[in-house]
Design a protein around this ligand. Structure first.
Ligand SMILES: C[S@@+](CC[C@H](N)C(=O)[O-])C[C@H]1O[C@@H](n2cnc3c(N)ncnc32)[C@H](O)[C@@H]1O
Length: 217
């Protein structure tokens, strides 16, 4: 009897624990822990990822309201804060308390006043509804454990016509030196976002190793 119960429990766990995307069957990468925080600010990141060129290609309007989802310690958050300026707001959201604490510490050290740190959950970034002009996800989407629920909530947070932008390492290119589950193809991203109510706008390939994928609500 005990063994039967154990088998049933294990079966229920296996059925509920979804580890691949239901449409593309892409395995979820899992969340980068606090140990990766230093890697996010490694000096060579600028030459590898060209962050300012990425933001130029996306186009960030002064005075706009932006959300940096999976913000980590704020590598992109503070660049966004500078671009939206004093009349804009940047929500810097992450699911790890450690990252939100580091982001808050960095915000104080840099005397930045237009960033709002937010602690979200695996399924909800806790953003205000229909207030956001642009949501940015840099090296984050592939880590989501429940991307469909996250996309639903992010869609609700965007203003009508608002943009959702993903930066993902190119899975089409075998020379990009990143583990396969941390890379995505354009086809995968489109196949996962379009059924969730996002309209593909364009992809920019100006960066050395990453796609910039732009969608609209
Ligand atoms: C590789 S780091 C990138 C951080 C930052 N975007 C950057 O470019 O420096 C991925 C971050 O996404 C966060 N993350 C993973 N799943 C998340 C989710 N469902 N909601 C919000 N953040 C998430 C992790 O905690 C981690 O800080």
């Amino acid at each position: 009897m005990k063994r039967l119960l154990l088998t049933l429990c294990l079966f229920a766990f296996a059925c509920s624990g979804q580890s691949v995307h239901p449409i593309t069957k892409r395995p979820y990468a899992g969340v980068m822990g606090p140990g990766g925080a230093d890697w996010l600010v490694r000096p060579e990141r600028e030459s590898e990822e060209h962050p300012e060129q990425a933001l130029d290609a996306i186009g960030i309007e002064a005075g706009s309201t932006v959300a940096d989802i999976g913000a980590g310690v704020g590598y992109f958050t503070f660049r966004l804060a500078k671009r939206v300026g004093p009349n804009g707001i940047v929500y810097g959201e992450d699911i790890q308390q450690y990252m939100v604490d580091q982001l808050t510490k960095n915000m104080k050290a840099k005397k930045v006043t237009n960033v709002r740190p937010v602690l979200g959950t695996f399924t909800d970034p806790k953003l205000p509804k229909e207030q956001i002009d642009l949501i940015l996800l840099v090296d984050v989407y592939h880590e989501f454990g429940d991307p469909q629920k996250m996309l639903d909530r992010m869609r609700e947070a965007l203003k009508p016509g608002g943009r959702l932008v993903l930066l993902e390492y190119r899975a089409e290119d075998p020379n990009v030196p990143i583990r396969p589950e941390h890379k995505m193809t354009v086809a995968q991203v489109k196949a996962e976002l379009e059924p969730q109510g996002f309209k593909f706008d364009r992809v920019s390939e100006v960066l050395p190793q990453q796609h910039i994928l732009i969608f609209r609500k």
